[in-house]
Design a protein around this ligand. Sequence first.
Ligand SMILES: Cc1cc2nc3c(=O)[nH]c(=O)nc-3n(C[C@H](O)[C@H](O)[C@H](O)COP(=O)(O)O)c2cc1C
Ligand SMILES: O=C(O)C(=O)c1ccccc1
Length: 386
Amino acid sequence: MAHFGDFQNEIYFAGLSGVIQKWPVDFPTLEKRAAEAMSTSLLNYVRGGCGDETTQDRNASAFKHWGMTPRMMVDCTHRHLDIELFGLKLPSPLFMAPIGVTGLCTQDEHGDLAAAAASRMTGVPLVASTLSNDPMEAVASELGDVPGFFQLYTPRDKALAESLVHRAEAAGFKALVVTLDTWVTGWRPRDLNTGNFPQLRGHVLTNYTSDPVFQRMLGPAINDRATVVQRWAQTFGKVLTWDDMAWLRSITKLPLVLKGICHPDDAKRAVDCGADAIYCSNHGGRQANGGIAAIDHLPHVVAAAGDTPVLFDSGVRSGTDVVKALALGARAVGIGRPYVYGLALGGAAGAAHVLKCMLAEADLLMAVNGYPSIDAVRREGAVRVS
Ligand SMILES: Cc1cc2nc3c(=O)[nH]c(=O)nc-3n(C[C@H](O)[C@H](O)[C@H](O)COP(=O)(O)O)c2cc1C
Ligand SMILES: O=C(O)C(=O)c1ccccc1
């Protein structure tokens, strides 16, 4: 696995000496280039959010309202970006958020394997989505020695839910991330106007069709796409309440992470119910419109979570954003759309490039800010500017 110093050599020092990267190093150019490479329908699905996209726009722009203060006369020759999470030592605080259509984002439609390969190339853990073109076992094996986490969309059928979780454990995933905010899809005008929902066209359902419980539910109809989609839609989104926590806790020994928590009281409740980590996120502004930016929720969620680690995503577009989220208390920081655009442009290598740029920028910012470690970043914090 490459070291950050290598990423600095590969991207930053190479740039200083006149080497031009194959793919952009900044998000706006990356998105523009990816938009040229992707089909309109896939681009709409990935880029879009809910309603008039106010929440989604706020997610990214709110990072500008947080500022950090540099410290001088600190030896930052060597920075330490490693973190501990679930007893695992991770080389950096970055992770890849679960994205249900990564499978469709490469030419060969094996984008889930490409995302896993990018994880292996960079050491940045992947949270593998339930919605996948390749079975989770294949994704896990592509990760090599880099730990991966499995994201669960909890089916209404409990036997199916338990089967997916047991498969994730057997495949070697190191944590279970249960997404709470998407038992039903948000109001997404771009997709509604074009009738474009990849899952409802039979894509990314391989974790279901490869599952023995789902196969039993369907019988011979497992080979009939229309029936698969219909049964999937019937079972997709269990309405979870706090009463389900005991059941969720009972079906796995893996660390349990609750994704989609934005309210401090929900964070407290999650900790009381035995969650091992809180994942503060508003699903990249794709579920509930009219909300405040996820990064503005983060400090309150962190305060409420106490010693329980808080993961964060939604709106992270640069290494600077990564450092700000850490300064506001996140233990680990996830990115969504940026690595998907990398995948669309250059497969595994393209996604790895995006991750390397994030890490190289974050590392360099820590160097010039006089923050030698993540502890130092957290200690210095970030302040809200009007
Ligand atoms: C195209 C797309 C598909 C997504 N699919 C999933 C998913 O399958 N499971 C999940 O928990 N979150 C999913 N998300 C939400 C991401 O995990 C993450 O919360 C969000 O993308 C972070 O925001 P960002 O894209 O602004 O970085 C998806 C997001 C996008 C853009
Ligand atoms: O597109 C998404 O954000 C997503 O996660 C999803 C998953 C299943 C159904 C609808 C949306």
